[in-house]
Design a protein around this ligand. Structure first.
Ligand code: PGA
Length: 249
């Protein structure tokens, strides 16, 4: 089954390293049947574009401004990314929500701006440990989903990939159990069906992220309910990421 395999470099590596990485990844994944997306920092996008051109790998950014253009020092707009050949953007990652205080409202606005400019969105949602322990995980995920998709039309959902990333599993070496992932993916599909239609619930792409590595990737990504994975730490090693990206699931 074809899966979507996404890397998230976070604030790691340099543009020079991106050149080597891109060349290696393009070669190692030339036979892959999966959809591969790399999301390096903004500074790496030009070089990544140059060395991934003609390969199986698409380019994503890790963030985008909610504004179209203007006096927003330090921000990067959706049209700038689009012009560069970027196809995807990660929105609502928990590190942006917690460390940069991004609200559900801002996440919603970013999604609208990205979609309006022809970018596809990788929307991250997921509960923290306290919510899970308080048995509030489902409620948190549902609310994040509802708020993020406010005002988004059903026909725009083909440009949206939902990444279920429990916060307590990110960078911790702890993954959610297969059963928990399955349960949450079901809930996400049900909520999409409720908000839009049964068809939308079935067709929406849902991936899992949180401590996926070279040891555990296969059993997680092979889950029939999942369309793929978002990989942070383990994607920094091009050999490991290429193994995951070219696997037959
Ligand atoms: P991790 O990060 O794979 O290092 O846990 C995933 C993510 O934050 O997207």
């Amino acid at each position: 089954m074809k899966k979507i395999i996404i890397s998230n470099f976070k604030m790691n590596t340099t543009p020079s390293e991106m050149k080597t990485y891109s060349m290696a990844l393009a070669t190692k994944t030339s036979e892959s049947k999966n959809q591969i997306i790399v999301c390096p920092p903004f500074t790496h996008l030009c070089v990544a574009k140059q060395f991934l051109d003609g390969s199986k790998v698409s380019l994503g950014a890790q963030n985008v401004s909610s504004e179209e253009k203007g006096a927003f020092t330090g921000e990067v707009s959706a049209s700038m990314l689009k012009d560069l050949g970027v196809e995807y953007v990660i929105v609502g990652h928990s590190e942006r929500r917690t460390k940069f205080k991004e609200t559900d409202r801002l996440v919603n606005k970013k999604i609208k701006t990205a979609l309006a400019n022809g970018l596809k969105v990788i929307l991250c949602i997921g509960e923290d440990l306290a919510s899970r322990q308080a048995k509030q995980a489902c409620a948190v995920v549902k609310k994040e989903l509802d708020d993020a998709l406010k005002g988004i039309y059903e026909n725009e959902l083909e440009g949206v990939i939902i990444a279920y990333e429990p916060i307590w599993a990110i960078g911790t070496g702890k993954t959610a159990t297969l059963k928990d992932i399955q349960k949450m993916v079901e809930l996400i599909r049900k909520e999409i069906a409720y908000l839009y239609s049964d068809k939308a619930g079935q067709q929406i792409n849902v991936v899992y992220g949180g401590s996926i590595d070279i040891q555990n990737y296969k059993k997680i990504i092979s889950l029939a309910c999942l369309n793929g994975a978002l990989i942070g730490g383990a994607s920094l090693n091009v050999d490991n990421f290429a193994v995951i990206a070219r696997e037959n699931y």
